[in-house]
Design a protein around this ligand. Structure first.
Ligand code: RIB
Length: 295
């Protein structure tokens, strides 16, 4: 089963800080590194390392060729990547000693995805193929409409959460993959069980994956509800991309036809390993390391 991930690619500028900079404050950092990232990019790397047949579509600038090369090396097909004028997207990421992060985005080329490109790329995919989306590129509404029109199974990780997501038509979505903050924003609820109940009511045809970081993750659809604990592989040094790792691995399980619980467990293990390493995409483990038995 093919997975088309139409998503962002970023250059991540990562600063180690004692605490996140506050309004009006200037602080020094204890370390700097330039990594590869973007929610779309990270999720494609996770899908590829989990063994899925993944095609990554999106836009980079002339300065983003190394992202394409890395994706290819990870095992993703990059034939649908377009190089446009202007800079590749980037992120300014602060990481505290606990591994927690905060992220400032500059969309760059990610905001140059156009409807003609969307139509052309999706014409290569068929009903039943998976279309994975996040909210870091332009054209989200067109992607949702075109994907649903073609009968693709749509998975959306509505991050970062903003007005475009709240206004989007998510009725045709098959998998809604959210963290606590995104789940709360979409449901208007704060408590985990209330979020799940409200999302069930609001999106009756969607399976909801609610990731809670150290508190584990929930899955819920029309027939099944399951919970998996977080996996502790060691001390967290950088949580950037942990959610992307979970998303990519979970969907790889779905694409492989694996049972939901197995896919959730493997996704939790992969994310648990990723947080013990610096960076986003480079921290994502291969399936062999996560569980040699595979899905
Ligand atoms: O989810 C982590 C990612 O968010 C980072 O790699 C950064 O580029 C932002 O897109």
């Amino acid at each position: 089963m093919k997975v088309l991930n139409f998503g962002s690619l970023n250059i991540d500028h990562v600063y180690q800080v004692h605490h996140f900079v506050r309004a009006g404050e200037t602080i020094g950092s204890n370390g700097y590194a330039r990594h590869m990232g973007g929610k779309g990019f990270n999720q494609s790397v996770a899908l590829a390392r989990a063994g899925a047949e993944v095609y990554h579509a999106g836009c980079i600038g002339e300065d983003g060729g190394f992202l394409q090369a890395y994706l290819r090396e990870a095992g993703a097909d990059t034939a649908f990547l377009r190089t446009v004028d202007g800079p590749t997207g980037h992120a300014i990421i602060q990481v505290e000693p606990s591994g927690e992060n905060c992220i400032l985005l500059f969309g760059g080329a990610n905001q140059q995805v156009e409807e003609a490109q969307i139509r052309e790329v999706l014409s290569h995919f068929a009903a039943g193929d998976i279309l994975l989306l996040q909210n870091e590129i332009s054209g989200l509404a067109a992607l949702l409409k075109e994907g649903a029109g073609r009968g693709m199974r749509i998975a959306i990780n509505p991050a970062p959460m903003d007005g475009a997501i709240l206004a989007a038509d998510l009725a045709g979505v098959r998998w809604l993959i959210v963290n606590e903050g995104e789940g709360a924003a979409l449901s208007g609820m704060a408590d985990t069980q209330d979020i799940l109940a409200a999302l069930r009511k609001k999106y009756p045809h969607a399976a909801v994956v609610l990731t809670l970081g150290e508190k584990g993750a929930w899955y819920q659809d029309e027939k099944e509800t399951c919970f998996v604990e977080a996996f502790h592989a060691g001390n967290a040094v950088d949580t950037t991309g942990a959610g992307d790792t979970f998303t990519g691995y979970f969907l790889a399980g779905m694409a492989a036809g694996a049972p939901v619980r197995r896919s959730m467990e493997i996704a939790a293990r992969a994310a648990g390993i990723a947080v013990t390493r610096p960076g986003a995409a480079q921290a994502i483990p291969a399936l062999q390391e996560v569980d040699p038995a595979g899905f």
